[in-house]
Write a protein that binds this ligand. Structure first.
Ligand SMILES: [Zn+2]
Ligand SMILES: [Zn+2]
Length: 157
């Protein structure tokens, strides 16, 4: 399911570079390392997970740089920031949205993407029409519990 939308790294790098220039931020190597990692990680991730991932291949990059770069990538619409539950945000590439929504397991935190675009699109259009709005997008999260949380392979608590 994750491979459906091909992500063009060169295009993302150019968009990010353009944004940084426009906002008068420096085009630092670290910022682009974060962008490359985000593309490689290929799933929803928190800032801490990204930090561990980046440190995992020996890159010397501070937590603060990770946080601030994720912030910039969200502001220039390369990343979408989700707040599924609790305090920690999850991120994913905007290019992979909006053709899926999410199911979140409240026990183990597992995030599953699913597609029900037609049905949800109909609801979106109906609601907007009845209230006199033009629909733009929606975000739909299902919170659920896996069948056997005690034996769930994702439950690391
Ligand atoms: Zn679970
Ligand atoms: Zn997603």
């Amino acid at each position: 399911m994750q491979q459906e939308n091909q992500v063009n790294i060169a295009d993302l790098r150019e968009r990010f570079s353009h944004y940084l220039k426009k906002q008068r931020y420096r085009n630092t190597q670290e910022r682009f390392l974060v962008l490359d990692s985000v593309v490689n990680i290929d799933k929803h991730f928190s800032a801490d997970e990204l930090y561990i991932y980046v440190r995992g291949f020996g890159a010397k990059i501070s937590r603060a740089t990770i946080y601030s770069t994720l912030d910039l990538l969200t502001k220039c619409n390369i990343l979408v920031k989700h707040r599924f539950q609790g305090d920690s945000a999850h991120y994913e590439l905007a290019d992979k949205m909006p053709n899926h929504d999410h199911l979140i397991c409240t026990e183990c935190g597992r995030i599953i993407e699913f597609q029900a675009i037609e049905k949800l699109g109909e609801i979106q259009n109906e609601v907007c029409q009845s209230l006199g709005f033009k629909p733009l997008k929606h975000s739909f999260n299902i919170f659920a519990v896996c069948n056997d949380p005690g034996h769930c392979e994702y439950n690391r608590a």
